[in-house]
Every structure is written in C-alpha cells, then in structure tokens.
Design a protein around this ligand. Structure first.
Ligand code: 7TS
Length: 415
C-alpha cells in the first residue's frame, strides 16, 4: 500500500466533506440517498451554490461591456475562472482557455472550426471504440461534409484500446485523433500521453475528451502535449451549461470563429468585420456568467481538497466496490481495464438493467442504466445496456455495502 493510500484511508474525512453537499442529506423513498451517478453529473458543494447565488444577489451585470462597478465585478469574477481553469489544466496562457457549454460544445467547436478550415476530401479522423456519442457524431458530421474518413481504434475484452491497431490506423492522411481520457461507460483510463505522441509522430493533432477525467485525476495539458482538451463544468462539481475547451494558442489563432455575434469582434462594418483576440474570438454573445463563476468556485473547492487525494480515495472505493460486486453470483462487470477510474458498469444474468435501476431507486440508490450515450460500447460487449455505479470522493465504503445489499434485493425480487 502506498503512503498516500494509507494516509487517505486514515485521514480522508469523507463525512465532513459530505456536509458540504446539501443534496446528499436527503431521503429517497424513505432511505438515505446513495448517489452513485456522478459520471452523469456531480453534486454541488455549498461553495458553488453560494457563488452563483452571490453573483445574482450582489454582482449581477453583463461582462466585458460596462464601466460601472457591477459589470467590473462580474467581469473580474468570470475572468478569474478562466485563470483558475488555466491553472487547473496547467495551460500556458488564459488565451488558450475558451468557455463553452460543455464537452459536447468543445468537441463541436473544434470539429466545426478547425475541421472546416483544415480538413480535405480523403483525410482521416481517428476516434476510438469507447467514445461517448459527443466525440463520435461531430466527427461523423464533419467527415460527411468533407468526404473524409472516420476510423476507429478497437478495444479488447477488458475495454482497453489496442495500441498496435491504433498504430496501424495512423498514416499521412490522418489529421486528427480524438479520444476520451476516461471512458464514461467502462471507466478505462486511456494512455493518452502515449496516444498523443503517436498522433504527433504521424503528423496529426490530438483532441482529448476530458469529461470524465477532469473531476478525477490531475490533468496537465502541457505534459500530455494535448492540442485540444475539453471538459464539462457540471461533472466537475460546477453547474450545468458551462465547460472549458483548451486549445494550443497557435492552433486556435489559425481557426475561424465558431459563432458570430457580440463580444467576439474587434470592429464591424457592413463591408468587413474583424475579430477579437483569443479567446474571445470563440465566445460570441452573453455567456453563462453565473455558470462560469460557479465553475470557478468548483475548481477552487477541488484544489482545496487536492485532486491527487480525491483520486486516491476514489481508487480505494473502486477497488473495494469491484471486489464486492465480483462476488455476486450472475453479475458481470463490463470494463475490467488495468487502469480504471471510479466507474463500475455491470450486467446481471436474466435481469434487465432498467429493472435493476428501478429496484435500486426504491432503496434510495441512484445509478444510471442504459447505453450511457456510448452505443458502440454496448455493441462491442454484446449487451443492450448496463447498470452503472459511478463514484465520487463524497461516496463512502458504507454506500458500496448498500449497493451490494440493493443488488441482492434486486435478485430476490426477480428470482
Ligand atoms: N464525453 C464523455 C466521456 C462523457 O462522459 C460525457 C457525458 C460527454 C462527453 C458529454 O458531456 P456533456 O457535459 O457535454 O453532456 N457523459 C454522461 C454520462 O456518462 N451520463 O450522462 C452524461
């Protein structure tokens, strides 16, 4: 056991941290809520709720356009999140941090803006077999529009990408490799640093979908040498409707705006419009100011705990949960990669995931059932759907015991 692990197991005060999350204090169907759906969206601490409330109560004004005090305050608070996000990702400059609605919009922005300027007929985009639909469909749409080809890195039965097959897909026509840092359906942590280096050797760019990674592990876009990296605020303890797209400055400079409107221009005449500098060129219209401020509070809160301590606690939860679930007769875990984050997807022989989810809900246990917006993953494992327990640092070992008891109840009901 590493020193961090033993330190975490003795000192991580999960009960105290849970006090910060009002949602967790309630009963569902008469039972204490056991929230195991953080991969869909994470719960929010008071720090985030209060920051959004304070903005609306005290500082509410539009940003970047007023000399008045409120506008200055709201602009400063919003822009402070950009700086926090830059630090969170270890990006080189605030100009590389673009506010978007979430991971989905981040991927669409790159596919649309970069893609329409740089992709030609016959070019190739490489994605992987474990992508969320949001990292499949925008590339598919682009390939269709450009007569380009979408290629897919296969995975093995554990849910690990097969790097030898990836290597074979790379060729001089490959322009972009877009892969998830962590799979939402399987929990696999992909070796993205190595995969980015391979893309670069082939002369391609790499976009990393960090939706599931940003909340759970230390991300360093410069160490990874990622060209683009996207994540969602709402999975990272922040509110919905806000996210971050990181892009290397030189690449962003060489991409046209994604949307036109206010805030993204320098000058406008009917003859010609010139665009604002980065990152504003990509931020047309009044943004989600409250969301941005909430996300800043979320990143600060995560920093206060320490992402490496969060990762260590979740790792122990995952290890324990996997051990416990593996013992249940008829239960099969889908996604058994050697490098995994805190997601346990499973099926139970003869019981539909929706029935599992419904019985668990009656026990107060929130899990997600379905295809998790990753239908190709379900096809690969020949299952229509899975039940997914996804963990966060506010989960406890006792909650995993409740999940196990809940699953035995499901088996009883459907015996
Ligand atoms: N990429 C991954 C890996 C995801 O898990 C998700 C959302 C997205 C992209 C899209 O993020 P959004 O914030 O833009 O919607 N994943 C899930 C999930 O697993 N359950 O609900 C949403």
């Amino acid at each position: 056991m590493s020193t961090l692990t033993s330190e975490i197991l003795t000192n991580f005060d999960v009960e105290k941290l849970r006090e910060d999350f009002p949602v967790l204090k309630q009963q569902i169907h008469g039972k204490p809520l056991v929230y195991l759906d953080s991969a869909a969206t994470a719960q929010k601490p008071y720090a985030v709720i209060d920051a959004i409330r304070r903005f609306h109560e005290v500082d509410c004004a539009n940003i970047h356009r007023g000399v008045h005090e409120l506008s200055q305050r709201s602009t400063a608070a919003y822009e402070q999140t950009r700086t926090r996000a830059r630090q969170f990702l270890n990006a080189a400059s605030d100009a590389e941090i673009v506010f978007v609605r979430g991971t989905t919009e981040g991927v669409n922005l790159v596919a649309s803006s970069w893609g329409h300027r740089h992709l030609k007929a016959g070019d190739e985009i490489v994605i992987s077999a474990m992508e969320h639909h949001s990292n499949i469909v925008p590339w598919q749409m682009l390939c269709e529009a450009r007569d380009a080809r979408l290629r897919v890195i296969p995975m093995n039965d554990r849910g690990e990408l097969i790097l030898e097959e990836y290597e074979k897909l790379l060729n001089p026509r490959t322009r972009m490799v877009a892969v998830a840092h962590i799979s939402n359906a399987l929990g696999t942590v992909n070796p993205v640093a190595e995969m980015i280096a391979m893309a670069h050797r082939a002369g391609a760019l790499a976009l990393i979908d960090g939706a599931q990674a940003a909340p759970h592990l230390q991300v360093d876009v410069r160490a990874l040498d990622a060209d683009f990296y996207a994540f969602s605020g709402h999975k990272t303890l922040g509110p919905t409707g806000i996210g971050i797209l990181y892009g290397k400055q030189a690449l962003l400079e060489n991409m046209p705006p994604y949307q036109g409107g206010g805030d993204m221009i320098r000058t406008v005449t009917f003859e010609k419009t010139t665009y604002a500098d980065l990152p504003y060129k990509f931020e047309a219209g009044t943004p989600n100011i409250a969301g941005g401020i909430g996300l800043g509070a979320a990143l600060e809160y995560i920093g206060g705990i320490g992402i490496e301590r969060i990762a260590a606690w979740e790792h122990e939860l995952l290890r324990y949960g996997t051990e416990q679930l593996e013992r249940i007769p008829g239960l099969r875990i889908i996604g058994t990669a050697r490098e995994k984050a805190a997601v346990i997807s499973f099926v139970i022989e003869g019981i539909h995931p929706h029935d599992i989810g419904t019985v668990l809900d009656l026990e107060g246990i929130a899990v997600r059932t379905g295809h998790h917006c990753a239908q190709p993953v379900m096809d690969r494992f020949h299952v229509p759907a899975t039940t997914r327990a996804s963990l966060a640092f506010y989960n406890t070992f006792a909650e995993i015991d409740k999940l196990v008891a809940g699953i035995y109840k499901v088996k009883e009901v459907f015996a």
